[in-house]
Ligand binder design. Structure first.
Ligand code: ZN
Ligand code: ZN
Length: 403
């Protein structure tokens, strides 16, 4: 039941079921504990995750094999990569899954160099990497902008290990080239793939076209994407965002119509934060939190300070709706991650790191906003969004403004 909750995206329910299990005096076994770890990971609920880790140790479960991998994954997804490394280093017999988890964890945090080091060590110990290992490695390269390395490992995968890459592997390389604004090369690469490019590949290309405002290739990728995966609402959102940022509101409307015809709905943006023993969830412009009034008051105060001290002005080009400038600014101010951060500044002790999780990507304006908050409020802010981790500290971000 716990794992069914986790699989359905109901991490909170999973954790409360785990609590009732203990209250009823039932001893959780390793399966229940691992499901609970993935619940904590899905919510980025570090305290809960640590609690389960502590429980595992108290009960004398050996931290090895799948338990070790689950812990590495949980800590990484809760934004505590150093704890992942601690667990990893303590395991004597490291299996391929554990190596892969650690490589993936490093990649998520933009630590491409560490991911490559891990892979080298893995090879030295004669542990056989598989498709998933290479996926983790290529993902790490792409999130650290390591183009040459990414291409090299794709080659190594084929030649040294005889593994035929999946479209997902190619997508990582497309992403890499795209991020570096080498869009033509990325498109050539897609066309030369020995397997049929799937939606993941086109999605990577489209994402890059969006970032670098390449309309021509963007149109091609958008068409392919909607043709290959017409039932995925995320694709329509991505395509309409591309049109919106180019100011082509008629096309945006057209995509929205097509989406409606199929009965698809956009996933609403949502951010959450663990405070004391509870996970607090915020939607955009949310007023449901019991302390809502104080949160908006705090948010207004933050914006005042950032404007005065940090020269912050809202970049309304990140609002993908056809509304006037004032409305755009209001929309930006109400983005869910800002509400979560304002709440954290209200409630958490001075100097404590702030960990926020968001279900979609952070927009460019919120990225600037959070950088400034980290500087002028002297807080480390760790944001996990749909694609990666951002570690904000003293006005800069670990992603190097590249995500
Ligand atoms: Zn935003
Ligand atoms: Zn960032």
């Amino acid at each position: 039941m716990i794992s069914a909750y986790v699989d359905s995206g109901l991490g909170d329910e999973a954790l409360s079921l785990f609590r009732s299990m203990k209250e009823d005096g039932l001893e959780p076994d390793s399966v229940a504990l691992m499901s609970t770890l993935s619940a904590a990971a899905s919510l980025s609920a570090l305290k809960k995750g640590k609690e389960v880790h502590g429980f595992l140790i108290k009960q004398g479960f050996p931290v090895e094999e799948s338990v070790a991998s689950s812990l590495v994954d949980m800590y990484a997804r809760c934004g505590a990569l150093e704890n992942s490394f601690k667990v990893f280093n303590l395991v004597k017999d490291k299996d391929p899954v554990l190596w892969t988890c650690m490589i993936h964890a490093s990649g998520m945090h933009g630590c491409g160099k560490e991911a490559i080091e891990l892979f080298d060590r893995m090879e030295m110990e004669n542990t056989q990497p598989d498709h998933v290992t290479f996926l983790a490695l290529l993902y790490a390269c792409s999130h650290s902008g390591m183009i040459d390395e990414g291409k090299k490992y794709l080659q190594i995968m084929k030649e040294n290990y005889n593994l035929e890459p999946w479209p997902e592997h190619y997508a990582c390389v497309v992403d890499l080239l795209g991020r570096a604004n080498r869009l033509k090369e990325a498109y050539q690469f897609v066309k030369s793939m020995p397997v049929e490019p799937n939606a993941v590949v086109w999605c990577a290309l489209l994402g890059a076209c969006h970032v670098h405002s390449n309309e021509e290739l963007g149109n091609i990728a958008a068409g392919k994407l909607l043709e290959l995966e017409p039932e995925n609402p995320g694709n329509y959102v991505l395509v309409s965002n591309v049109f919106a940022s180019a100011g082509k509101w008629d096309d945006v409307e057209l995509v929205r119509e097509r989406m409606k015809e199929r009965g698809l709905r956009k996933i609403p943006a949502c951010s959450w934060i663990e405070m004391r023993d509870k996970v607090h969830t915020f939607m955009a412009r949310d007023k449901n939190h019991p302390q809502s009034y104080l949160i908006y008051e705090k948010l207004a105060e933050i914006i005042e300070i950032l404007k005065k001290e940090g020269g912050y002005t809202a970049q309304t080009k990140y609002v993908l709706h056809n509304v006037d400038e004032d409305e755009k600014t209001k929309m930006l101010y109400g983005h869910s991650e800002r509400l979560a951060i304002a709440y954290a500044l209200l409630e958490s002790p001075k100097g404590a790191p702030i960990r926020v999780t968001k279900n979609l990507r952070v927009c460019g304006d919120c990225h600037v906003f959070i950088k400034l908050v980290s500087k002028f409020f002297d807080r480390e802010i760790i944001v996990r969004d749909a694609s990666r981790f951002h570690h904000f500290c003293q006005g800069s971000c670990s992603c190097g403004d590249f995500w």
